[in-house]
Design a protein around this ligand. Structure first.
Ligand SMILES: Nc1ncnc2c1ncn2[C@@H]1O[C@H](COP(=O)(O)OP(=O)(O)OP(=O)(O)O)[C@@H](O)[C@H]1O
Ligand SMILES: [Mg+2]
Length: 234
């Protein structure tokens, strides 16, 4: 049987001006299940996600999604093909209400209103705050709204950049549960500092160091690998 690969990146090199942030990064994401990207601050995790989402164009390397190459495709075209991205810096409209944010996310979606109800079911906290300005939500609530907005596009792949950053541990649990549920039907790529949470959601794990993939393997192996501690040490 052919290997189940939804997204495949090879030899990615991404620069900021003359400064290289990714060196020959390769990664595979199956069509179901979670993949985690770990690494200390500045390792290149956000750069990798942005390169996969189309916010940054790599100088070299390729990204293939669902059988076709999308290395130079604009962000919107990737979204239409089913790549959802929740950036580290949230991705919600602060001046609009929760409901308005969800409506915008659902605009292009078939059965938009019904999908909004599904998001409220997934994150009941949002349902209690539909009239509230998104800019006044707590960090955790804003993350939930950003995840919901990305999900309204019905992605085949959801990429999340630190969905639990600055979030209270009780809410981390809620987000982890939701992501675990999602990995049963779609592909989820999660960038995390919170290693326990990432390895819970992901079956496979990549650890980055100074723009390289330094360690990779099934989460159960990486969890016990002595190199992990060294690679995550400040
Ligand atoms: N816009 C930019 N211009 C120049 N250099 C940048 C830019 N964004 C990131 N970098 C550099 O690229 C490298 C990788 O940064 P990146 O944001 O991908 O790291 P990260 O692993 O996501 O870190 P964190 O855990 O702190 O979010 C760092 O050295 C960073 O300083
Ligand atoms: Mg980052």
């Amino acid at each position: 049987m052919a290997e189940d690969v939804l997204l495949q990146a090879d030899g990615l090199c991404t620069f900021y001006g003359t400064s290289q942030a990714l060196f020959d990064v390769a990664l595979k994401v199956p069509s179901r299940g979670g993949v985690a990207i770990l690494g200390r601050n500045g390792a290149g995790k956000t750069t990798l996600l942005k390169t996969l989402a189309g916010d940054l164009k790599p100088a070299r390397g390729t990204v293939r999604f669902n059988g076709s190459e999308c290395t130079r495709m604009p962000v919107e075209a990737r979204v239409r093909r089913g790549i959802g991205h929740v950036p580290q810096e949230h991705g919600v409209f602060g001046r609009l209400t929760v409901k308005e944010n969800l409506r915008i996310g659902a605009m292009a979606a078939p059965r938009g209103e019904q999908r909004i109800d599904e998001m409220i079911e997934l994150f009941p906290r949002l349902g209690q705050r539909l009239g509230q300005q998104a800019g006044t939500l707590s960090g955790g609530e804003r993350k939930m709204l950003a995840i919901s907005r990305a999900l309204l596009g019905s992605p085949h792949l959801l990429m999340l950049d630190e969905p639990t950053e600055g979030v209270w541990h009780g809410v981390i649990e809620e987000i982890a549960e939701c992501l675990e549920q999602l990995t049963r039907t779609i592909a989820v790529v999660i960038v995390e500092q919170h290693v326990k949470m990432a390895l819970r959601v992901a079956r496979y794990c990549y650890v980055m160091d100074r723009g390289h993939v330094a360690l990779q393997g099934p989460s159960d192996d990486v969890r016990d690998d002595p190199a992990l501690v060294r690679l995550l040490a400040p």
